[in-house]
Design a protein around this ligand. Structure first.
Ligand code: ATP
Ligand code: MG
Length: 471
């Protein structure tokens, strides 16, 4: 049985490509060059998804692009030029000269690129059939067309059956998958990411090749892996992709700390191991909070190492250290890594209705006001991943009490104290140094326990007695 011929998407694409982008194409044609929209945006338009960016490809060489588009700038050494559309505030588009890649010696990046004149050769270097389609036209046959010449009629160029694979929901490597993954191991991770985000299956031979070549992913830079992981975690159900990483062997290479969770028993959901719990927790974390998704992925990373300790005692401490190692390897921005590590470290709080208001304030101080929404979202996801209702363990009540304390604008850090370090130095002659820090910490603790102490005379008196105790 043959599947029905896919509907011709040309008019849908023509309608979807923004006017500004079509104007850039018209300008290339009028200068005697080929102009095509290539890659992900064609795929997304065919699938009825919003396109992220409209990448253009042409036979014009980069220096020629700079003269056709005044104000254009070089983006990288591979012949990509950034061009802004004519309208004010319009988005910047990338125009890349057709190219072929050569000599992939280290499983990562082409060592040499060669510019080309044929869109089909440019499509052949792309990773998957659904990413290897173009919409546009070559230059008019006349090398110097009159200015009023009609533009060529754009059409779809699909040499590898990308349209059919879009219809079938299949991610298939362009050419021999073993060769393509050996050229650039990132393509294996991209296959998993794209399959997850698009809801596609990976075609059988492509999947087999990932299994065979997964070890090569060890050559990849942290940044490139992180960019894919980030997009994978933003999918509706990241668990699909995480499970694929595990079943293909990529997880063992990229995130061995998490691969160890497989087979570690959990008495949460019958039949679930620790890895299954992690996957459920990630899915339950809000897609709109990437930091929480990442924290959900790593929240129990310390459990395999602490299985003998009581069991899992202190896994949040060990886990925070391991998370920091993983995130440094992925070269995540420091500020993001710190937020994730902090969430992993703090995720084991146990709220009881018997907590005093001071205990609620100490909780707020320990977690930090900025991290509270993330931590509560992580706990909801962790609850859901454990098979309980997201708001189990008194979470709604804790939320209410935290809000009440925050609304009362009590003090949670040194900045809120009625005296500061320089006051203590001036009024009490305490020198800058460790004693000053200890006194301020102690004052903060007392004010958190009893906010009515937060006035200048009271705190100066308290500080004085603390200093004399210290001596
Ligand atoms: P997204 O929707 O996330 O942007 P994308 O497929 O457009 O997905 P990009 O990283 O923007 O991904 O890449 C643009 C295009 O460049 C791809 O569609 C593909 O044709 C090509 N491409 C990207 N990375 C590779 C690679 N590692 N090997 C071969 N071709 C690639
Ligand atoms: Mg893209």
């Amino acid at each position: 049985m043959t599947s029905p011929a896919p509907r011709d998407p040309t008019s849908d694409i023509a309608a979807a490509v923004p006017d500004g982008v079509q104007a850039l194409m018209a300008r290339l044609w009028s200068h005697g060059h080929a102009a095509y929209v290539v890659g992900g945006s064609i795929r997304d338009t065919i699938l009825g998804r919003p396109a992220a960016d409209w990448d253009l490809a042409t036979d014009a060489r980069p220096d020629r692009l700079l003269s056709i588009f005044p104000g254009a700038v070089y983006e990288n050494q591979f012949g990509t030029v950034a061009v802004r559309e004519a309208a004010p505030g319009a988005p910047v588009n990338e125009i890349t000269t057709f190219r072929t890649d050569h000599e992939y010696a280290d499983f990562r990046r082409p060592h040499r690129v060669e510019f080309g004149d044929d869109v089909r050769l440019d499509l052949a270097r792309r990773d998957f059939t659904v990413n290897a389609m173009a919409w546009g036209a070559d230059a008019l046959p006349d090398r110097h067309p009159p200015l009023d010449a009609a533009p060529p009629a754009p059409g779809l160029v699909d040499p590898f059956g990308g349209l059919g694979d879009c219809g079938a929901g299949l991610l298939r490597a362009v050419g021999d998958p073993d060769v393509r993954f050996r050229e650039d191991a990132l393509r294996m991770v991209r296959a998993v990411r794209l399959a997850t985000v698009l809801g596609f299956a990976i075609e059988a031979a492509t999947l087999e090749a990932i299994r065979r070549n997964a070890g090569l992913a060890g050559h990849l830079s942290g940044e490139r892996v992180a960019a894919e992981l980030d997009k994978l975690l933003a999918a509706e159900r990241p668990s699909t992709g995480l499970a694929l990483l595990a079943s293909t062997g990529l997880l063992d290479v990229l995130l061995p700390e998490l691969a160890e969770q497989r087979g570690v028993p959990q008495n949460k959901i019958p039949g679930d191991d620790l890895w299954a719990h992690t996957l459920r927790t990630v899915d339950a974390a809000p897609a709109s909070r990437p930091v929480v998704r990442l924290a959900a992925l790593l929240h129990d990373v310390g459990k395999p190492a602490t299985i003998e300790d009581g069991p899992f005692r202190g896994h949040e401490v060990v886990g925070a250290e391991q998370a920091a190692v993983v995130l440094a390897r992925l070269r995540l921005p420091k500020a993001v890594a710190e937020r994730v590590v902090h969430l992993v470290r703090q995720h084991m709080f146990t709220y009881e209705a018997s907590w005093s208001d001071a205990a609620v304030r100490r909780f707020i101080q320990r977690v930090g006001i900025a991290a509270l929404p993330d931590l509560l979202a992580l706990r909801e996801a962790d609850n859901a991943g454990s098979g309980t209702a997201p708001d189990e363990h008194g979470l709604p009540e804790l939320r209410r009490r935290v809000k009440a304390e925050l609304d009362a604008s009590v003090v949670f850090d040194r900045r809120g104290l009625a005296v500061h370090g320089d006051d203590l130095m001036a009024e009490l002659g305490i020198p800058a140094g460790p004693t000053l820090g200890r006194v301020l910490d102690e004052l903060l603790e007392r004010v958190i326990a009893d906010p009515s102490l937060n006035d200048r005379p009271t705190l100066l008196l308290l500080a004085e007695s603390l200093v004399s105790e210290d001596e």
